[in-house]
Design a protein around this ligand. Structure first.
Ligand code: ADP
Ligand code: MG
Length: 223
């Protein structure tokens, strides 16, 4: 369960038109599959980063799986993310000096309980065409290949919540379908929660709810 209450977020270093997200109340039950859309700059990444504990609002309550982020340190949120959240960052955030395999398995080592990788990981590696690159440094991969590594890394430790920030932007339609199937297989098998940002309206059919982020975002001048 994700539970947001009276959340107000602003970027501290903001320029002339400060951006803010304001969410009075939002409850997302476990097992929800939510498609998040809105134009570039409307706050989609900011929203996911608040849910993932990367960003902390100035006020309000952010409760994720009964953990109150407002009462945690950045280090505690990092540990929480490793244990419970698969985050596919828009810019991937891969560890450039590690190999493809090491990047994919990273969440399994970071999580407190040293989780086993999901049993389907080797199959998904093949389907996404990464089997010949396992020992390659991710810095030598193309953009699309790096995105596939980021996708598998988010699924590796079977997290309860998956936050995906435009995860298919660099994939052709065939790889996109392979990834969506892998993602939904994981989500559906154990009632996991998925929040998925995309510009690709054709993906909306996979989801049971959608949020237009403009509902929550504004530059301060407008409010
Ligand atoms: P989206 O993902 O929908 O494209 P973002 O959440 O990345 O939008 O950005 C929302 C707004 O916040 C934009 O106006 C952007 O310029 C601003 N913004 C994003 N990151 C920062 C930052 N680190 N510091 C200041 N402003 C930022
Ligand atoms: Mg974004």
């Amino acid at each position: 369960m994700i539970d947001l209450n009276k959340v107000l977020f602003k970027y501290e270093n903001s320029n002339s038109q400060p951006f803010q997200l304001k969410i009075d109340e939002l409850k997302i039950p476990t097992g929800s599959k939510i498609f998040i859309h809105g134009p570039s700059g409307s706050g989609k990444t900011t929203f996911l980063e608040i849910l993932g504990g990367v960003l902390l609002p100035q006020s309000g309550q952010v409760k994720i799986l009964n953990t109150d982020f407002m009462k945690t340190s950045a280090r505690q949120r990092d540990a929480f993310r490793a244990d419970h959240i698969g985050f596919i960052f828009q810019n991937f955030n891969l560890i450039s000096y590690l190999s493809v395999q090491e990047n994919i398995l990273l969440p399994c080592f970071f999580s407190k309980s040293s989780k086993q990788p999901h049993p389907k990981i080797p199959i998904w590696i093949e389907k996404l065409g990464l089997q010949n690159f396992l020992q390659t440094s991710v810095s030598q991969l193309s953009h699309g290949q790096q995105q596939r590594v980021a996708l598998l890394r988010a699924l590796a430790a079977s997290p309860e919540i998956i936050l995906a920030d435009e995860p298919t932007s660099a994939l052709d339609s065939q790889l996109r379908d392979v990834f969506m199937n892998a993602l939904l297989e994981l989500i559906n098998e154990e009632k996991k929660t998925l929040l998925f940002v995309s510009h690709d309206e054709s993906l909306q059919k996979y989801f049971d709810q959608s949020i237009d982020i403009r509902k929550y975002s504004a530059t301060s001048g407008e409010t």
